[in-house]
Design a protein around this ligand. Sequence first.
Ligand code: ATP
Ligand code: MG
Length: 451
Amino acid sequence: MIRKLLRRVFRRDAAPSGHLTSLPVARHGIRREHVSAAARRTCEGLQEAGFKAYVVGGAVRDLIAGIEPKDYDVATNATPDQVRGIFRRSRIIGRRFQIVHVLFGNETIEVSTFRAAHDADTLKDAHGRVLRDNVWGNIEEDAARRDFTVNALYYDPASETVLDFHHGVADLQQKTLRMIGEPRARYREDPVRMLRAVRLSSKLGLALDPAVKAPIREMAELMENVPPARLFDEMLKLLFSGHAVECVKRLRDEGLHHGLLPLLDVILEQPMGEKFVMLALTSTDARIRAGKPASPGFLFATLLWHEVLANWEARKKARQVAMPALYEAMDEVLATQAEKLAITRRIAGDIKDIWALQPRFEKRAGKSPYRLLEQLRFRAGYDFLLLRAESGEVDTELAEWWTEFQDASHDRREEMLQPDAGPKKSRRRTRSRGKKAEERAAEDGRPEAEP
Ligand code: ATP
Ligand code: MG
């Protein structure tokens, strides 16, 4: 045991940060057959043309950890134009730093040219966030500008060796997430690394090195300078990592949810909201882990629902007509989020569709239930209703009714329908104009036209 420890310490001394170690299969366990055929062929193509090429980053890390990589990145000393010239089915993408997408069947390999380390010329914002870094460099420099040691591994399928400049393999085997370089400086360059620390340590079951963890709380506010579109991408990765429940809890523990996500701020602090969000995240995690698709629209709809409810309630109290008030509440909640998180227009549309269906589930008389069944988004709306019932927001009886109704025979459906609220005449007498308009709008799922 002690000898093992000494060996480990010795090895660390022998290979200080930034020094190359070339590791054989016995040390990392990746055989070339484990690597996707497309990534292998990309490396082969580049190497045959005389360039260096390695599978790099998350894929190498995941293979060593025994996790199936989501996608593959290849790093090379060929320039994007040279890469483009080697592969018939490839295209150059990106403005800030060009990379090449190489296509094999339905797999896309992202090929990037080694990048140089930052220097005095690197353009930064007032808080030290790197705005542009588009200088090509060598492999050592490329490794040094990656975030965590476990992400700076380069695998060569031809020789089955891993190039490890920052003892990432040892860190991975010792289950530690360690930053390359000084964590505070690296967070200042790119605050998103704080989110990545939480996400990757949850995904891989790694402990945060104390130096990685310590500055997060005090530096969390730097997240405010991150462009909303970038934040949205990272949040999607986090929420769809299959470990969202753990990630969100840890964001809270690290003080990263404040400001970062107004939605988490508010929701996690109200008991009903928290229960609902956690149920939604749990079910998303289960879907992802079972390899099933999960939709961002649905998940964001759940994350923001209690915000919408609170906003809607306030409007109804102020005597606004229910359906238009719901639409205004939806818009306001989405607009508030947009300041921090650039929810794409398409996803925002999905979110609104799901929300707008909810009041329609309350109507169980006449033709409304039939019309609701025909809605394109019925399934998502119904799944959403199930979560609301499970969290205690609506009666489980309502959810059960819909579970039965959607698959019932015509006769059974007719039996299930609730009686209409009496003859039309008396309704006209007892209800106000506003109320009637509101009901019509609810049935159509859209706000009534402005007078
Ligand atoms: P995932 O499992 O989500 O794909 P990943 O580590 O592969 O995790 P990517 O966003 O695919 O994440 O990034 C690929 C690689 O690029 C990383 O492994 C890392 O080497 C490097 N990288 C990504 N984001 C950063 C960053 N913010 N700072 C430095 N290096 C980064
Ligand atoms: Mg990746």
